[in-house]
Design a protein around this ligand. Structure first.
Ligand code: MN
Length: 266
């Protein structure tokens, strides 16, 4: 056993050669949550209520009570979130192996394609084209799908709700099957409110990212931000959900350790 790898990391952080990038949106009551058809139970947005703020309710302290859906804001999906992962061992956020929440990040940038097509579907062919340009996706990676959808937060286009449901990009079953079965990814992360496309309920199987990822014991991340600050490969993601007993997911702070861009000497 040697401390050298951790010392190298700390030296990189101290020198600025390793940057810490926040991939998290601010939790606030107006952050949009997924909207399901009205016959289903709904995801509650974040709520916050002041307990005291250096006043008669608590003269020297400030604090709030909060409540929210497990799936509000930037959040983590555990295998138990979907029926396909219902009977897997260690399938909830309190039980999952913590080793799983740190891993290499690859960023599949399809923001240009998505800019012209809110229903852009990521396919196996897209992933293979990315690998031809950037090399194979490493085992146990977090695959982050860059769409620049995070920049639409605060506009109706973020959820993209129309009469026929939501419109936002996402993967098809072939892409997720490839990532899980042939690349052994640990999870799939998106900028949108779900790991599936807005119209993913009409895919086969319905909601393929949820169905395949969670059925294989893999994880989802949603409502990510700042993916445009990550390189295609080389970053490390840390995504540890809250330890909610039997929890299906949780809001969390997602961080990326990123090699700093080399400084051009002047
Ligand atoms: Mn979710």
């Amino acid at each position: 056993m040697t401390a050298a790898p951790l010392e190298a990391l700390l030296a990189g952080l101290a020198s600025g050669e390793v940057e810490v990038v926040d991939l998290t949106h601010t939790l606030c009551p107006d952050f949009p949550v997924i909207v399901l058809p009205p016959e289903f139970g709904q995801c509650q947005p974040f709520r916050i209520e002041e307990v005291s703020r250096y006043d008669h309710r608590g003269p020297a302290w400030y604090w709030n009570n909060i409540s929210m859906s497990e799936h509000a804001g930037t959040h983590f999906d555990a295998p138990a979130h979907w029926i396909s992962g219902r009977h897997l061992p260690a399938n909830t956020v309190d039980q999952l192996p913590v080793r799983d929440v740190v891993g290499p990040a690859v960023v599949l940038d399809f923001s240009t394609e998505c800019a012209g097509d809110p229903d852009f579907v990521l396919t196996r062919a897209h992933v293979e084209a990315w690998e031809a340009a950037h090399g194979p996706i490493p085992p146990r990676a977090w695959v982050l799908f860059r769409t620049d959808w995070s920049k639409k937060v605060g506009t109706p286009d973020y959820v993209g709700l129309r009469e026929d449901g939501a419109h936002s990009p996402g993967p098809d079953a072939g892409a997720i099957e490839y990532l899980v079965r042939e690349r052994g990814i640990i999870g799939f992360g998106t900028e949108t409110v779900g790991t599936d496309a807005g119209q993913g309920g009409h895919f086969s199987p319905p909601y393929p990212a949820h169905f395949i990822l969670h059925g294989a014991g893999r994880y989802g991340l949603q409502c990510l931000a700042n993916l445009d600050r990550l390189p295609p490969r080389g970053a490390v993601v840390i995504a540890a959900p809250l330890k909610i007993r039997q929890g299906s997911g949780s809001p969390l702070r997602v961080l990326a350790l990123v090699p700093a861009s080399p400084q051009v000497p002047s």
